[in-house]
Design a protein around this ligand. Structure first.
Ligand code: SF4
Ligand code: SF4
Length: 443
């Protein structure tokens, strides 16, 4: 094996595995002075990043070294919560001279890229900007693992934690395209009769009622909760309820803004203004355009608001409307110095957040099952990443082996569009090529 190249990473279909799905070959084409591995994993009950570090630290460090090489970075930092002392001790023994560890406080949202960059480097990414604007490239743990293995073959597997109301909370290694239901079964199944499923974490994940939905390259976890759980009740509120309660109950106490991590960084994110605009049915520029810079971390709704309102949902809706109209705040006001002073005091301690979310009764570990879970069929999504969907490159009846391409990135002006190819995760026969997925079944 030679030195890993951008081309290797593109062909392997490596994308950000921490939720974003940004194609790694593009991210690593930038020049940076530092690479940060984001191992903060601050969503309650998720453990896959720590488990990957515990079991595959050599691969993660190799991926990190490759990222440094490709971006020209002279140093690297692994940001991991201080409380995971075993992980820190394990890594310390293996670090190269230009790598170090940044121990993080046990707070939410420690893993938000902009908060992470500030906490680790003391640099403030401007509103709407990227860590690269301040010289940093941030990579998820699993992305680094996949980069390290990119010459061995494409990404066909995923690590994810299954937790909450399941018999055995666990971190699984699964073939991409396996159903959510099979993952829950592998965790011993639900322990409640009225199970609800959140894909991702309880703070930023989405409810999924279709247990046949496939796992993709960004699926970090599945959290199972009963119908009467506060998180589920909040998630099931529709816009009519959210807007009616917002109009009638917001007393403009301002807590949502005062505890908003992006506001504390100096970004023009002020959710209380969006809530005020609901009350008066007026949408001023600051109230609406600030929505573009909201990370949707959900802290304002799930933690800060004493009235149980949902300013994040209001901002998310405004953000989607702005994106649809392609409206941007091109020159937002930005004063990073004053508010950052408060950031360290105002992040949400994890214990308090878990308590607020009524999660303290669930087992908060997710030991890794190293053997890949077997399945007889998969649905490979043609878009598992930021950018454009792949075009299918297989047809019904075709036999495929693990790692064969099933979708490729379309060309635009003679160059590949932003995206990443997708591959067969089991050997078998293609049984359907649909708009958004390719089905493969074992023979
Ligand atoms: S914290 Fe709640 S009540 Fe206070 S301003 Fe924000 S949305 Fe309104
Ligand atoms: S979801 Fe709320 S707390 Fe998080 S960035 Fe948006 S406005 Fe701020």
């Amino acid at each position: 094996m030679g030195i890993i190249t951008h081309e290797d990473i593109l062909l392997a279909g490596v994308v950000g595995a921490g939720g974003g799905g940004f194609p790694a070959h593009v991210k690593l084409s930038a020049h940076a002075d530092i690479v940060i591995i984001n191992a903060a994993e601050c969503e309650p009950l998720l453990h896959k990043d720590k488990e990957i570090l515990r079991h595959f630290s050599d691969e993660v460090l190799a991926g990190l070294a490759t990222a440094m090489e490709l971006t020209g970075a002279s140093r690297a930092i692994i940001a991991v919560k201080e409380k995971y002392s075993d992980v820190i001790a394990l890594l310390r023994d293996k670090l190269s001279a230009n790598m170090s560890i940044a121990p993080l406080a046990d707070v939410y949202p420690a893993g938000d890229e902009m908060i992470l960059v500030y906490n680790v480097l003391g640099r403030v990414v401007p509103p709407g900007g990227l860590p690269l604007d301040v010289g940093a490239v941030v990579m998820n743990v699993e992305t680094a693992f996949n980069v390290a293995l990119s010459q061995d073959g494409p990404v066909t597997e995923k690590f994810l934690t299954v937790a909450g109301a399941v018999a055995e909370p666990v971190t699984l290694r699964v073939p991409l395209g396996i159903s959510l239901g099979e993952c829950v079964t592998a965790a011993g199944g639900p322990t409640v009769t009225d199970a609800n499923y959140i894909v991702g974490g309880v703070m930023m994940g989405q409810l999924e009622d279709d247990l046949d939905a496939p796992v993709d390259k960004t699926t970090a976890g599945i959290i199972v909760l009963p119908s009467d759980h506060v998180v589920i009740r909040r998630q099931r509120r529709d816009w009519k309820q959210i807007s009616r309660i917002a109009r009638s109950a917001c007393d403009q106490c301002n807590f949502c803004t005062e505890l908003c991590p992006r506001y504390l960084l100096g970004h023009p994110v002020q959710p209380h203004l969006a809530m005020r605009s609901m009350g008066f049915n007026l949408l001023g520029e600051a109230a609406v355009l600030g929505a573009s810079f909201c990370s949707e971390c959900n802290l304002c709704s799930m933690y800060s608001c004493p009235e149980g309102l949902d300013p994040k949902a209001v901002y998310a809706r405004k953000k989607a409307e702005l994106a649809e109209k392609d409206e941007k705040w091109t020159d937002p006001s930005f004063n990073p110095r004053r508010p950052v002073l408060h950031l360290s005091d105002r992040q949400a301690p994890m214990a308090r957040l878990m308590n607020r979310l009524n999660l303290t009764g669930f087992t908060n570990i997710g030991p890794l099952t190293k053997t890949t879970i077997a399945t007889g069929k998969v649905r490979i999504k043609l878009k598992q990443h930021v950018g454009v969907a792949c075009n299918p490159v297989v047809s019904i009846g075709q036999t495929v082996r693990v790692g064969d391409p099933v979708g490729d990135v379309p060309q635009s002006n003679g160059k590949p569009s932003l995206g990443a190819p997708v591959h067969a995760s089991i050997a078998g026969r293609v049984t359907a090529v649909e708009n958004d997925t390719v089905r493969i079944e074992k023979e």
